[in-house]
Design a binder for this molecule. Structure first.
Ligand SMILES: Cc1cc2nc3c(=O)[nH]c(=O)nc-3n(C[C@H](O)[C@H](O)[C@H](O)COP(=O)(O)O)c2cc1C
Length: 119
């Protein structure tokens, strides 16, 4: 399963390129199987609030995080939600993606998903 959060559509586009069961982060979402998280980065490199709230309930089953950001925000803030999630919730950061990424990104995510999330 891939769980995703998208505000302006980029992450929604990324997950549309993947073969997986897709679930969108929602206030009442609680999971009972392993998943890969794909999220955007919010202002000043922060974790979107709804993603933090989701992880507070579901981090134990999170097998990795992929983050979309925008390199225009600069080195420190670029995709920093991914770094912060990795540190705060102890999950591996699989990949940072600039905006919508490209086919190399989608292939890498799909490979990780099939190797390490579906069991
Ligand atoms: C208000 C706002 C703040 C953002 N802040 C950051 C940031 O600090 N670092 C970063 O890498 N990207 C930042 N972004 C870029 C988004 O993370 C990036 O466009 C991402 O692809 C959005 O995914 P989504 O379209 O699925 O919501 C910001 C975007 C917006 C609208």
């Amino acid at each position: 399963m891939i769980v995703f959060a998208s505000r302006t559509g980029n992450v929604r586009y990324i997950v549309s390129k993947l073969q997986a069961e897709l679930v969108e982060v929602a206030d009442d979402l609680t999971l009972d199987k392993p998943y890969l998280l794909i999220t955007y980065t919010d202002g000043f490199g922060s974790i979107p609030a709804k993603v933090s709230a989701f992880l507070d309930r579901n981090a134990a089953l999170c097998k990795g995080v992929v983050v979309s950001g925008n390199t225009n925000f600069g080195n420190t803030a670029y995709g920093a939600a991914g770094d912060k999630i990795a540190e705060a919730y102890n999950v591996p950061l699989i990949r940072k993606i600039d905006v919508r990424g490209n086919s190399t990104d989608y292939e890498a995510i799909q490979n990780y998903y099939e190797k390490s999330v579906i069991m």
